[in-house]
Design a binder for this molecule. Structure first.
Ligand code: ADP
Ligand code: MG
Length: 576
């Protein structure tokens, strides 16, 4: 490199390049974005500098892609948007990342502070920083080129350290054009050292937890997506196996141990929750997905003893009293427990292990014939039975899954065999993650992706199949088309000419959408046709959309969470 004496004019850099250099310095090699004012050139220059820039059609999908990239890689996924409306579109994903504990940075261009703050009506005027704050872990604005390095360093640290989450970074338009001496610019950048430092647990907390676990008659381990995120796969498997205790994977923790593992209580979930006496949560929260740790699902009036392993101390006692909190990162916590178990660990009580195992076997056997039906039109079991066999044969495939019935049935029917191979609607049960997650999964891992989508769920991000085709990604989308939301059979109770609010155009051909963009479209009416089409798509790696015709009468209201719908006295009276 030339020093200043041999360079006649001082070399300059600018805001654009400092942002790019700062990201690259910190190992960020992909940006998910939607171009526009003022960040169009940022995307162009980033691509020129060797960053992979994946452009989407809508910011929500780019944001969801960044969120799941964070989950898969433990590095913050970057979403880049334009000001006000683009920023707002990205916020759903930012909030979703925060809720799910995924590291992500939403970088949005914004209008000029002087005009925004005086409310003088600038192009896309909005106080974006204030709006983002309650939806993320941290929010920062950079006003001067010399602060870009620090701004990006803070954003990365905030996203990755402790409990991961979403971070907002506000970059006003005139920052990008600011110049400074090239060398000074390089010196102002910060390479973040150890962005997510290990947080080993207190030794007493480990001893306390193991003492409680040892005393249990009917112990249960619950693995959550925090455990999958931690990438401590070997340690977790060793710990569960050494303990001999039945375990229940939350949906995105499926595959940490293969779902056909002899200790899996997945197919005996109700029994395991009800009858266990001591429950160890590892990277799973006692939120609505676990009935808040209380009530009938947990066998009340019997009370349970909880051990909770989590990086976030504030999570302890959030819903029920935690007898043995173990606060730290899962890798360190599980290693510490494993070590402390030493040689004197007595196997989990055999009668309990056997009763869980028996229940699993009974349930699996009872389900098996339903999964082999070849009905036309397909029901959920027949269609998912076919997909289940494909994932079993090709366990490296990443399964993305959203919908109502399509989600609930797939979660229990499709076994997962490897860590982080199931990506779904997560903590919120949010619709619209499908294509964003599928695209990022393909981009970040290079593995084939199978996205199993309800027809309604698909609609939220469906236009991104153009993005899948544009980047020629190995994504096979299966749309479970039952003509509507939950079912396709609702009628307009008023007798008017509009269809019911939950009903779509009958017999839509989603496969033709894929053909419009140059991908492969397939129309499948039987489980055999569906299996054949998915096998072909995964073998070819070509962008494919399979319209799977599902019996419009087959679904139930809200899938398995119909209990969350408020009831109406008036409607009940009218039924009588
Ligand atoms: P699930 O929905 O699968 O039960 P949750 O999202 O409810 O999972 O819980 C994930 C938990 O994992 C959160 O409480 C989060 O703080 C925790 N977590 C995330 N990453 C780590 C980590 N590396 N070490 C420890 N805990 C983690
Ligand atoms: Mg449907």
């Amino acid at each position: 490199m030339a020093d200043s004496e041999t360079v006649p004019e001082a070399q300059l850099t600018d805001g654009f390049h400092l942002v790019i250099d700062a990201l690259k310095l910190n190992g960020i090699n992909t940006i998910y974005n939607v171009p526009g004012i003022p960040i169009t050139d940022l995307g162009r220059f980033a691509q020129a500098q060797g960053i992979r820039v994946i452009s989407f059609r809508h910011e929500q999908n780019a944001g969801q892609a960044a969120a799941i990239a964070g989950f898969l890689t433990k590095k913050p996924g970057i979403c880049l948007t334009v000001s006000a409306p683009g920023f707002l579109n990205g916020l759903t994903a930012l909030a979703n990342a925060t809720t799910n504990c995924f590291p992500m940075i939403l970088i949005s261009g914004s209008s000029e502070r002087e005009i925004v703050d005086l409310q003088q009506g600038d192009y896309e005027e909005m106080d974006q920083l204030a709006i983002a704050k309650p939806l993320c872990k941290a929010a920062f604005r950079v006003l001067h080129a010399q602060d870009i390095g620090i701004g990006i360093a803070r954003a990365i640290r905030a996203a990755c350290s402790g409990r991961p989450g979403g971070v907002y970074l506000d970059l006003p338009a005139n920052l990008f054009g600011q110049t400074m001496d090239h060398e000074d610019g390089q010196k102002s950048l910060v390479e973040v050292v150890d962005p997510a430092p290990a947080q080993p647990p207190a030794p007493e907390s480990v001893t306390r937890a193991l003492d409680v676990l040892k005393g249990a008659k009917r112990p249960l381990i619950i693995l959550g997506k925090g455990a999958a995120y931690a990438q401590a796969d070997e340690e977790i498997r060793a710990f569960v196996e050494k303990s001999g205790i039945p375990y229940l994977p939350m949906s995105m923790a499926k595959g940490l141990l293969p779902d056909d593992h002899p200790q899996s209580a997945g197919a005996a979930r109700s029994l395991a929750l009800k009858e266990s006496d001591v429950v160890m949560l590892i990277g799973a929260r006692l939120n609505w997905l676990l009935s808040h740790g209380k009530g009938k699902a947990w066998g009340e009036p019997y009370s349970k003893t909880f051990i909770h392993v989590d990086i976030e101390p504030k999570e302890m006692d959030s819903n029920v009293a935690i007898t043995a909190p173990v606060v730290g990162d899962i890798g360190s916590c599980v290693s510490a427990m494993l070590e402390r178990m030493g040689e004197d660990w007595t196997a989990a009580p055999a009668d309990w292990v056997a009763s869980v195992r028996d229940k699993v076997q009974t349930n699996v056997e009872r389900m098996a014939p339903r999964l082999r039906n070849n009905n036309v039109p397909m029901d959920f079991h027949g269609a998912l039975g076919a997909l289940r066999e494909i994932i079993k044969a090709q366990p490296d495939t990443i399964l993305v899954n959203e919908g109502a019935n399509t989600l609930d049935f797939a979660r229990s029917i499709i076994d997962i065999y490897k860590p982080r191979k199931r990506l779904d609607v997560g903590t919120w049960g949010v619709m619209g993650i499908g294509m964003g997650y599928a695209i990022a999964a393909a981009v970040e891992t290079g593995k084939p992706v199978l996205a199993v989508e309800g027809d309604s769920a698909f609609g939220f991000s469906g236009i991104e199949i153009e993005t899948i085709c544009r980047y020629n990604l190995p994504v096979c989308v299966v749309v479970f088309n039952n003509n509507g939301i939950y079912r396709g059979t609702d009628v307009n109770p008023s007798g008017g000419s509009d269809v019911a609010p939950t009903v779509f155009v009958k017999d839509s051909r989603y496969d033709k959408m894929m053909e419009a963009f140059g991908g492969d479209g397939v129309y499948a009416t039987s489980p055999d046709e569906l299996r054949e089409a998915v096998e072909k798509a995964l073998a070819s790696g070509r962008p494919t959309l399979i319209n799977a015709v599902i019996d419009e009468k087959a679904g139930t209201e809200s899938g398995r969470i119909g209990n969350l719908n408020p009831t109406s006295v008036v409607a009940q009276q009218q039924k009588k």
